[in-house]
Write a protein of this length. Sequence first.
Length: 203
Amino acid sequence: MTAGKRAVAVLISGRGSNLRALIAAAVADDYPARIALVLSNKPEAEGLEIARAAGIATLVIESRGKARAEFDAEMDAALKSHGIELLCLAGFMRLLTTAFVQAWYGRMINIHPSLLPAFKGTDVHARVVACGVRFTGCSVHFVSPEMDEGPIIAQAVVSVKPEATAEDVAAAVLEQEHALYPQALRLLAEGRLVIEGQRVRIS
Ligand code: GRF
């Protein structure tokens, strides 16, 4: 059943395991969103196969060699032509222009594999292990113009054993990501997230 569900596009650049989790959640009748489009900036992204296998429309808009503004404008036009209401970034490795972020503010969310605001950026789990933190996790947040900032919607915590490697931490965090992202998208699609400055209130 798709009537009444919000139309979501998932933006990817690679593996697509979070995409897979979102697709799995969205097939339930009572889930308030449907994955209407999977958009990749890389033609070789493995996640495209996951989408195709699930019968979801896919679109590749190559970003390589393109100015940011040009790429974002192409993407914006494609999202509008597919009737997309909400965006989930899931391993989308391309910085967005302020104009694009502002146009979608409050309707675009991202998952990051740390407890923000700690460990922004890339190579997170190696830095987590190197710092000897006892706890890490993942965060879903609204996308704002600064990378890995923006009001936090939901977080999950993972404890880090002294002997854990970056790979161990990555696997434990990823498992939490797959549970957390569908929950956060549910709240967004239900219209229950209220942005109040830097904070999100769940109504
Ligand atoms: C995840 O760890 C996510 O938190 C980060 O990029 C990774 C994407 O993995 N933003 P996948 O493509 O969803 O498997």
